[in-house]
Design a protein around this ligand. Structure first.
Ligand SMILES: NC(=O)c1ccc[n+]([C@@H]2O[C@H](COP(=O)([O-])OP(=O)(O)OC[C@H]3O[C@@H](n4cnc5c(N)ncnc54)[C@H](OP(=O)(O)O)[C@@H]3O)[C@@H](O)[C@H]2O)c1
Length: 278
């Protein structure tokens, strides 16, 4: 199976690149395939003619999207539409990676694939628009929603490790709940799905639920930075530009029911990730 990756220099893209090494695959980022440039995207896809595309490219600055809404829609919605058009042209399957931020966080339990999205932020709205546009174009489509992602790149774990070395006390939000997810485990789930014909919407997150506050405490505990004192803070006190869902854990129901994949608890994945950091 020939696989083309978009956004290959991002966190998830790097992990997939690592796993696909030695196979017939083509890694692209904005320099090779700017997904907002439709003719260029169609041309590259028509030249390589993949059997499957894993679309990791995205505008992921959640707060930045509140000010740069048009850029967020251009990349997350129109860009995804261009990639889907390229897939249609060469008969490729598509994996569109989406987010728990398509939900409003008011349900009071983990979201399954059958729950209704209602994004509150521009980022969440633009990602949901990408879901809808790709669905209009393709039947052979996997929409894979994930959350609180960390891998090789800027992410919460690396930020905490950096701040933990510089400071003795940190304030972290303790009223947002979700599922921290390792790019290693997400990449494995995507590569299992893509070899099947079980098209549809999937949630793929490490299991268990936590807050950013307890996540930070676990990072310091596992990293041996026990001297760092973590203090709780509310979302209101933090006052970030973009609204975030307060309770958006993802239930991976369809992964369990179709490919039988069970993702590990977030603490186990975090432990492995921290052991790999130097
Ligand atoms: N990070 C999270 O916590 C999180 C949570 C839930 C879902 N997701 C979703 O998971 C996916 C992967 O996220 P990630 O954390 O790996 O993202 P990331 O690290 O921000 O990587 C995104 C990549 O896309 C590239 N890109 C941006 N605009 C592009 C364009 N016009 N054409 C081609 N490439 C472009 C970026 O390049 P530049 O860096 O040069 O802009 C970057 O290499 C995304 O769909 C994201 O929405 C992420």
């Amino acid at each position: 199976m020939k696989i083309l990756l978009s956004g290959a220099k991002g966190q998830l893209g790097k992990e997939l690149t690592r796993r696909l090494k030695g196979t017939d695959f083509f890694a692209t980022d904005a320099a090779e395939m700017d997904i907002t440039d439709q003719p260029a995207t169609l041309k590259i896809m028509n030249t390589y003619r993949p059997d499957a595309v894993i679309h990791c490219a995205a505008y992921t600055n959640v707060d930045g999207a509140e000010e740069n809404g048009e850029t967020a829609y251009k990349i997350n919605a129109i860009g995804a539409q261009n990639v889907a058009a390229g897939c249609l042209q060469c008969g490729a399957k598509l994996v569109y990676v989406s987010t728990d931020y398509v939900f409003d966080g008011t349900l009071g339990r983990a979201y399954s694939e059958f729950d209704q999205p209602n994004p509150q932020s521009i980022y969440g709205k633009s990602k949901l628009a990408g879901e809808m546009l790709t669905r209009h174009i393709l039947n052979r489509l996997f929409i894979v929603r994930t959350s609180w992602l960390y891998g090789d790149g800027n992410n919460f774990v690396r930020t905490m490790l950096k701040l933990g070395k510089e400071r003795d006390t940190l304030r972290v939000v303790n009223d947002q709940y979700g599922c921290p997810t390792s790019t290693q485990d997400l990449a494995e789930a995507i590569l299992a799905l893509i070899r099947t014909e079980h098209y549809g919407i999937y949630h793929a997150a490490n299991t268990g639920v936590t807050t950013w506050y307890d996540f930070a405490k676990k990072i310091f505990e596992l990293a041996g930075l026990n001297r760092v004192k973590v203090l709780p803070q509310t979302t209101e006190q933090l006052a970030r530009p973009a609204p975030r869902p307060l309770y958006s854990p993802l239930d991976n129901m369809l992964l369990r029911l179709t490919v039988g994949a069970v993702m590990r608890p977030w603490e186990e994945a975090l432990k492995e990730y921290l052991a790999q950091q130097t």
